[in-house]
Ligand binder design. Structure first.
Ligand code: DOR
Ligand code: ZN
Ligand code: ZN
Length: 429
């Protein structure tokens, strides 16, 4: 199939250029990028007034499959992904069973391949059953194609075991994606530890719960030489430590999630578990530090930590509900509205943090819009305004604190491997 994307503004983080051009796609590849391509294609997408960007790559998604399909499946997850402009998602291993051997990796990869909408890369757990006791079959999972290891949902609390895992990650040349949380320090906390939350009589999770493990993990990366990637940074001191570690030449990268760089605990007005996630919404100072960190490229990646739960699970209040919110279908618009439109990031930085840098960290050879490269693309209308409506989500999870929020930026089409995986029906003018 010959696909022509016409009249868009092409953003290529590969050589940091922005230009008006048509993009011709065939056999899964970008064949030509040039203005005024007069070619009769099988399909044409009118991208006038839109950006044509490298398809977004979400380094942090919970697809819940196998075993937790009432929350999400590979199918609903990839539908949500392409609806949100993501062409690749990286799935965390805290499923049932845990992804700790090649069989489960193959199960997810095969399922995704059969659906064929977005690329799914399954991450392997660091320890068997995520119990933190013995290492999982990392070698077997590397052979099955995992892009990284992670214990996401928790930290491996035994530093010696984590050090051994990092040494293996060096051997197999894969990054370690670190959820930083000292479980012993959580102590029943459900939201951030601050005055506003105390007044609501919620138990708090202090910044130190994250910071002590960030410090530990950077130290272990320094010793082992492992490529460490810090998941969902939420505190100002984690940004500080990250900056220092990068200055020292330690192999460390990091992500921040839209909810953490937009909301604070003060946005929690009642007992609404759609505001409950781990790490929790912090303070204004933390949000400011994350934004500064993103702007200064100390924070490399914007990821969602897409964590679907059912309305029933989330309907029991902040004390009892599980941690987590969905993000695949709101991340691009929230980033455009809150960071690009407000001058924190350039559109090029958005493309870098949502595509080019994740690809680089994971060694995917993607995240660019260049001739000869895979045609994973998103057509994004940065001007389109609307209110977020979870009723429109493809994800099974509707759990978001952003329902009703006004945003700017709409995904018009998502192309994966040269095929149109999502296309928004055009409004009649
Ligand atoms: O909010 C979260 N939800 N944080 C995590 O670390 C895990 C995730 C989940 O799996 O629901
Ligand atoms: Zn996590
Ligand atoms: Zn997560």
């Amino acid at each position: 199939m010959l696909l022509l994307i016409k009249n868009g503004t092409v953003i290529n983080p590969g050589d940091r250029t922005i230009k008006q051009a048509d993009v011709l796609v065939e056999d899964g590849l970008i064949q030509k990028i040039s203005p005024g391509l007069a070619i009769k294609a099988d399909r044409t997408i009118d991208a006038a007034g839109c950006y044509v960007m490298p398809g977004f790559i979400d380094m942090h998604v919970h697809l819940r499959d196998p075993g937790l399909e009432h929350k999400e499946t590979v199918e609903t997850g990839v539908r949500a992904a392409v609806h949100g402009g993501f062409t690749t998602v990286v799935a965390m291993p805290n499923t049932k069973p845990v992804v700790d051997n090649a069989d489960v990796v193959n199960y997810v990869h095969n399922k995704a391949k059969n659906i064929g909408l977005a690329h799914v890369l399954q991450v392997g757990a660091v320890t068997k059953g995520q119990r933190g006791e013995t290492l999982s079959d990392i070698e077997g999972m590397v052979e099955a194609g995992i892009p990284a290891i992670s214990e996401d949902g928790k930290s491996v609390m035994n530093a010696q075991l984590y050090r051994e895992a990092m040494t293996l990650a060096v051997k197999y040349d894969i990054p370690v994606l670190a959820h930083c949380e000292d479980i012993h320090m959580v102590n029943g906390g459900v939201v951030n530890a601050d005055e506003a939350m105390e007044q609501m009589h919620f138990k708090g999770i202090s910044n130190a719960v994250e910071d002590v493990i960030v410090a530990r993990d950077i130290t272990l990366a320094k010793e082992t030489g492992a490529a460490l990637h810090l998941c969902h940074c939420s505190t100002k001191d984690s940004v500080k430590m990250l900056r220092l570690a990068k200055q020292e030449g330690i192999r460390v990268t990091a992500e921040a999630c839209p909810h953490h760089f937009i909301l604070t605990s003060s946005d929690i007005k009642g007992d609404d578990a759609n505001y409950k996630m781990n790490p929790p919404l912090r303070t204004k100072e933390d949000v400011e530090a994350l934004r500064e960190g993103l702007k200064a490229d100390i924070i490399d990646v914007i990821a969602t930590d897409h964590a679907p739960h059912t309305a029933i699970e989330k309907g029991v209040g902040i004390r009892k509900a599980p941690f987590g919110i969905v993000g695949l279908e709101t991340a691009a618009a929230l980033t455009m509205t809150e960071l690009v439109d407000k001058g924190w990031l350039t559109i090029m930085q958005m493309a870098e943090k949502m595509s080019y840098n994740p690809a680089k960290i994971l060694g995917l050879g993607k995240g660019v819009v260049e001739e000869g490269k895979a045609a994973d693309l998103v057509v994004f209308d940065a001007e389109k305004e609307y209110a977020i409506d979870p009723g429109q989500f493809c994800s099974r999870g509707k759990n978001t604190p952003f329902a009703g929020r006004k945003v700017k930026g709409m995904v018009m089409a998502t192309i994966v491997g040269g095929k149109i995986a999502f296309e928004r029906p055009r409004e009649k003018k």
